[in-house]
Unconditional design. Structure first.
Length: 136
């Protein structure tokens, strides 16, 4: 899987939420907090360790004041998604190489010399994405 480039805090928060909701979508849990191996426990401050997530770095990237703010925002976004029934797989989030502003996506595309067939498109929510264009 290619590394993912993310532009801006809203896109990063959406990616964190998408990842945490994967086990809910797969019906292994009703809430990410019920899945012991999920990053949700660390994001909301209920577990330490789990070195894959650098919470202080996320706090900085998101422009937040502290870990508590990150925990509350993430907790709220998870609850909103579950209440609204937004649990279906979002193709734009699972198949994009990058997401963000048009300028950001085009900058990342210009750095991807190995990929010959890239598709850049505006999404329904107004952001931009880049995916590999596979002929079907």
């Amino acid at each position: 899987m290619p590394p993912l480039a993310i532009d801006g805090s809203d896109h990063l928060c959406n990616c964190l939420r998408t990842i945490d909701l994967n086990m809910v979508r797969a019906q292994f849990a009703c809430h990410p907090g019920e899945w012991a191996w999920c990053g949700n426990q660390k994001l909301v401050g209920k577990r330490e360790g789990f070195r894959l997530l650098e919470i202080d770095r996320l706090v900085d990237l998101l422009g937040l004041s502290d870990r508590k703010s990150l925990a509350e925002i993430h907790r709220q976004r998870i609850v909103e998604a579950i209440r609204a029934g937004r649990l279906a797989r979002e193709e734009i989030r699972t198949e994009s190489i990058t997401m963000g502003s048009e300028a950001f996506v085009r900058e990342i595309a210009s750095k991807n010399k190995r990929r010959k067939k890239l598709k850049i498109a505006k999404t329904v929510n107004g952001s931009w994405s880049m995916r590999e264009n596979h002929a079907r």
